[in-house]
Structure formats: C-alpha cells, structure tokens
Design a protein around this ligand. Sequence first.
Ligand SMILES: Nc1nc2c(ncn2[C@@H]2O[C@H](COP(=O)(O)OP(=O)(O)OP(=O)(O)O)[C@@H](O)[C@H]2O)c(=O)[nH]1
Ligand SMILES: [Zn+2]
Length: 344
Amino acid sequence: MTHFSLADLGWSAHFASQAKGKPGAPARVCAVARDRIEALTPNGTVALTLPGKRSTGTVAVGDWVLHDPATLRSLEVLERRTLLQRRAAGAPATPQAIAANVDTLGIVSACNHDFNVARLERYLALADASGCLPLVVLTRADEADDAANYRRRAEAISPLVVALTLDARDPAQVARLASRADRGQTLALVGSSGVGKTTLSNALTGRQDGTRGIREDDSRGRHTTTARALHRTTGGGWLVDTPGMRELGLTGAADGIETVFADLSDLAARCRFTDCRHETEPGCAIRAEIAAGRLDPDRLARWRKLRREDARNAETLAEAHARDRSFGRLVRQGKARGRHKRGD
Ligand SMILES: Nc1nc2c(ncn2[C@@H]2O[C@H](COP(=O)(O)OP(=O)(O)OP(=O)(O)O)[C@@H](O)[C@H]2O)c(=O)[nH]1
Ligand SMILES: [Zn+2]
C-alpha cells in the first residue's frame, strides 16, 4: 500500500492550527457510507465510526477528521476551507455536503453546442460561493473550427475566469491542468453529461481502478459497497469524483453571484433609485449601458434569473436551518473561506 504524508494528503496550516493541542490523529475522508467513513492517513486507510448517533451525513468526502487510532472513532470534523454542497431533493430542501476542501473546481464544457454562458456563470458563482478557485476546461478543441473563440467568450464573463481548451483524450494536453492537481491539491470536475469529465479524470489519474471502497450491510442485510471518491492524480494531487458532483445546483451562492456579476452590481449602485429594477425607471445606469451597446441585455436577464433562483433556495435553506441547528453550523463552517478568499 502506498503511504502518504499529511502534506501529500492536503494538510495545511489551516488544519494544523485547529488540531493543535487536541487529541486524535488527522485523517482525510475518502468515502462516506451510511454508518461509517473511510479515511486516508500516513499509516494507511482506516474505516472510522462516528461518535454517538451522529449521522455520516455531517461528513463529506475531502473532510479532515481527528480520530482515535485505538478505537477507530472519528472525534471531530475540522473546519473546512471550502465546501461544495447541493440542494437535496425534498421539501424543505436541505443542503447536502458533496465535497469539502476542494481547491479547484474544474468547470468542464465542450467547444460545441454544449457551450453555454449562463451555465458557466452559474458554476462560476457556485465555485466562488464554495470558496474553490474556478478553472474553465473547454474540451473537444480538436473538433472546433475556432476553439480560441470559445475561450475568449468564457474569459469575457468575468476577470476571474481562466479558461483552457484541449482534447481531453490527449494526456499531453491534459497535463496543462497538472498544476491544479499536483502535490496535496484537490480538484473536482463538474459539467454536463458527455463533455469529457470521465476522459479527463482518466488522464489525470492514469486510469487507476477506483472501485475499492467501504463494504457494509444495509438495513436489509444486503452487502453494499460505497466507492472511494478521492482518487490520486499522477501529479500527486487528488480528484474528487462522487455521483452528487454531477448534480450540483446553486445554493446559498449569493456572494458568488455578486462576484461573477460585479459589473452589473457596480452599475446598479449608480442607478438613480436604490431600489431600481432596471426596467423603465429614469436614471437607470444598467439600461443606459444596454442602450449604449456596452452591455448585453441577455447578461442582465441571466443575472436576474440566478438571483431569483438563489433567493428561492435561500428561503428553503432558512427553514431547514431553523429545523436543524447543527447542520446550520456546518454550513457556516463551509462558508468560512480559507486561503482562496479573494482579496487575501
Ligand atoms: N474528440 C474529442 N472527444 C472527446 C473529448 N473529450 C471527451 N471526448 C469523448 O466524448 C465522449 C464522452 O466523454 P466522457 O468523458 O464519457 O464524458 P463525461 O463528461 O464523463 O460524461 P458523463 O459520464 O455522462 O457525465 C467519449 O467518447 C470521449 O472519448 C475531446 O476533447 N475531444
Ligand atoms: Zn437601474
């Protein structure tokens, strides 16, 4: 079995300062099953149980936990630097942690009809709200007449956007992502079906077998296996691959929306009325930009749509928080951004 140092696993000062003086050894969660978790440590992989009746739902792949190596109990989940979550089905919807401590969110789209500015904006807002650094990866560059044009359109969305175009099937080209997945770095990929996420994952991990995981009996006594969701990249980093990653929605991303649409919120601040709806009001700075041909009206429409959607989600989240205070605490922890916080 390969052994990793804590730094190889992504340990940093952010976690070391939390663990200082506390009992328990660090371990990084690589699989979450119904009643136990699997985690990587410098001494190998351990299967851990949670204390008391705590559900594994409070732990996400990528989390750092402190555990007792003698009893194999997880004692504490360390505060996350970043947290990707999705809105689970059901009413009221509760946010569900998908992956913790992801450094880079790779937003994958193809240089074809899949390319969609609204979707990119949505994922960029999500990356920002979760604290991850976004990287737009445009696949199928080999099939596009003008791949550079797709890159320019992606980068025009916001000064935050770094985009690269490639053929995901060519490991030499995928190596351009290597710096986001080198030693101790954690990367996750999102994007529509068929855009090349699996192809990219295979190139990044050298097509390792990712089927091992936790075996347990479900409530009916059947054997089930929960696959490991943290895969080693050839560059010494980690790639998160969980089913939930494919269905990430937008929850509590208000901060992220303001970042991605900073041009519009800056303009809105110059409207004559503070509650301007940018429709027919006189002195509207946004309408003036559109009239002058400097702002795409579609961008205003997309901004509105995302804000409406986020407001709706936030309402149901508020209800969920009231119901479950402990989950609320987790969400706040997730919002505590670490070293990727902009302006640091
Ligand atoms: N020509 C070309 N084909 C690609 C590229 N990336 C992916 N493909 C092909 O597109 C198909 C779909 O790629 P996948 O990697 O399975 O896509 P995915 O995003 O994982 O799809 P889901 O598993 O449905 O989410 C495969 O046949 C790939 O070989 C690329 O950059 N260029
Ligand atoms: Zn206005």
